[in-house]
Design a protein around this ligand. Structure first.
Ligand SMILES: Cc1cc2nc3c(=O)[nH]c(=O)nc-3n(C[C@H](O)[C@H](O)[C@H](O)COP(=O)(O)OP(=O)(O)OC[C@H]3O[C@@H](n4cnc5c(N)ncnc54)[C@H](O)[C@@H]3O)c2cc1C
Length: 551
């Protein structure tokens, strides 16, 4: 007979923590998607990466980085330095040493050979399962190279630092550091989406410009330099919105005129610092032509949008893995939760959602890998970056919430990590182009490059030919996008485009059972509003959960 003391302290029916897992080898859909998109040769290195990032120590470090958010501190009377918990710096060092900020570029700043995008996307997907805040400067640094390409001489000077895999958090000029990071300043008080409303001014001064104005959001303020937008006051005329490279120190080695006013108190993304900053005669160099700022910086933004989608897919994967893990260990009414038919349907539907999101982001990474040499891949990247950013980022918050509920009360408690994922999830849909803005971009591509975009959609229809709901979806997308009210109906059209693209991508990477179930539940219906409100049978459930997390 158990003593009174031991019966109250004995822990029964509580699942073990989900940690010390191999984030790659325990994820069959990930391995398949990597292989299908050209990255199969990287599997061994990815498994090493996945084992390391899935350790209990990494999860504990992620909690430490987020429980102790960064603070602005004073140097010589100015708020110049951001202090972080050491765990944040440890993550930066990990991601920089793995090359997540530069592995898609060669030493001269040109594109690395395929499948560098797919290889990076797989790593990014795993990192997003552990810690998201530090990925902000990692993403911006790698993406900035695409915009800096408009200024080849400047890029050539910066590449030895961007190309380095040494993380150097010191507060000193970038040229004196062993590696550097870059941020981005576009958003102002009066307009974020509408950057044309920027009032920050740039005036020519010596070899560069002097910039004055205010940015309402500028994340990762401890970066060594920022790409910022400002209205250039050309010498003889008003030139308009222009992209600039603004270092933290001016060419004389003095701290540049970036006056940080405060750090935002954010819902999630707590380990990352996001600032309000005043530029006071700050030194900057022009990137690209005067007046062509949006065109220049959009090269960077396309890549940050890819990362937003990968990050959201990664967060969904972590939420799913924890839900499946919990349901396999927890017994209710004499059965494992995972064997209760309704819970099986919820988990299987969630597994399908992750299959689709993962297939989309890996397919998009492949398009970025090949866009330079293949016009069809370039067309895919141009149209589907916004579609995929829209859809995958929109799905993450309700997805994490549902996973939380699968864990019951434990899901609502910080130890499960799901509350942090839940707070983090909405940001990817908001920054780098919010939901409606992504849909407007899809309409813009169709208006500007209609023939090419329609050919890209037709290609998907043929790749998905014969699967449930494809023909009807293709007709519906065409009608929604060509009607007089295309803007009113754009969200529905983009959602359908995302599902169509997911089915085509899954056909290339996943087994028929998963592809058929995805198409049937997402395109042909019937389907309710919540996860699990779809017709998935027990044979499919067993197969999908086995793929999601081998038991
Ligand atoms: C944590 C965090 C960090 C950030 N870091 C940075 C950073 O480092 N650098 C930076 O430059 N910015 C940064 N931002 C700002 C972010 O990019 C903007 O908040 C975002 O672009 C939206 O701009 P806004 O806030 O001005 O909203 P608005 O532009 O006012 O948009 C509000 C809503 O209106 C919708 N909308 C806009 N136009 C239309 C339209 N024509 N039709 C229908 N709907 C429309 C949008 O989709 C959005 O939902 C950050 C934001 C956050 C939350």
């Amino acid at each position: 007979m158990t003593s009174q003391r031991s019966s109250s302290t004995e822990v029964t029916n509580q699942p073990p923590p989900y940690e010390d897992v191999d984030l790659f080898s325990s994820d069959v859909p990930l391995a398949e998607a990597v292989k299908a998109n050209g990255g199969g040769a990287d599997a061994k290195a990815l498994a090493n990466f996945g084992r390391h990032w899935g350790t209990a120590a990494m999860f504990a470090q992620a909690r430490a980085a987020n429980d102790d958010p960064p603070r602005l501190t004073t140097v010589n009377g100015r708020l110049d330095v951001v202090e972080f918990n050491p765990a944040y710096h440890a993550f930066m060092a990990e991601s920089v040493s793995a090359g997540l900020h530069n592995m898609t570029w060669k030493a001269d700043g040109s594109r690395a050979a395929p499948p560098s995008e797919v290889e990076r996307a797989a790593r990014y997907y795993m990192v997003a399962q552990v810690e998201n805040g530090h990925m902000c400067p990692i993403t911006m640094t790698r993406a900035a190279v695409a915009a800096l390409a408009a200024e080849p001489k400047l890029l050539a000077t910066l590449m030895p630092k961007i190309g380095s895999r040494a993380y150097d958090p010191g507060f000193k000029p970038w040229s004196e550091k062993s590696g550097m990071t870059l941020g981005m300043g576009m958003t102002e008080k009066q307009g974020g989406t509408d950057v044309r409303a920027n009032t920050t001014r740039a005036e020519p001064a010596g070899e560069g410009y002097r910039i004055t104005g205010h940015k309402w959001f500028m994340s990762a303020p401890m970066c060594d330099a920022f790409l910022v937008l400002a209205q250039a006051q050309g010498e003889s005329r008003f030139a308009g919105l222009t992209c600039f490279f603004m270092p933290r120190f001016d060419p004389d080695g003095r701290v540049n005129g970036l006056n940080f006013q405060k750090l935002k108190d954010k819902l999630g993304n707590r380990s990352n610092a996001s600032s309000e900053v005043e530029f006071e005669n700050a030194f900057a160099l022009r990137v690209g032509e005067e007046g062509k700022g949006i065109r220049t910086i959009v090269e960077m933004v396309q890549l940050t949008r890819l990362d937003c989608a990968i990050s959201s897919a990664g967060m969904m994967r972590m939420a799913l893995a924890q839900a499946v893990h919990h349901a396999r260990h927890r017994t209710v009414f004499q059965k494992k939760l995972a064997d209760q038919p309704m819970m099986g349907s919820v988990l299987a539907d969630m597994a399908l959602e992750v299959e689709g999101a993962l297939a989309l982001v890996m397919r998009l990474a492949r398009a970025f890998d090949r866009a330079a040499n293949d016009p069809a891949e370039a067309a895919y990247a141009r149209l589907f970056t916004s579609v995929i950013k829209y859809w995958v980022c929109k799905r993450a918050p309700p997805f994490v919430y549902e996973a939380m509920e699968c864990l019951g009360g434990n899901g609502y408690v910080e130890d499960s990590r799901l509350p942090r994922l839940y707070r983090e999830a909405p940001v990817n849909a908001i920054w780098e182009g919010s939901g409606n803005v992504m849909c407007l971009d899809v309409l813009r591509v169709l208006a500007r490059d209609g023939e090419v975009a329609r050919a890209a959609i037709a290609q998907l229809v043929s790749e998905a030919d014969g699967l449930p709901g494809i023909a009807e979806t293709a007709i519906s997308i065409r009608d929604l996008l060509t009607g007089a009210q295309a803007e009113n109906h754009a969200r529905l059209a983009v959602e359908k485009l995302a599902h169509l693209a997911a089915v085509a991508a899954l056909r290339n990477s996943a087994p028929p059972l998963a592809v058929e179930a995805y198409a049937r539940t997402r395109l042909a219906g019937p389907r309710g509003a919540t996860f699990g409100a779809a017709l998935i049978d027990s044979r499919e459930t067993a197969a999908l959960l086995d793929r999601a997390l081998p038991s």
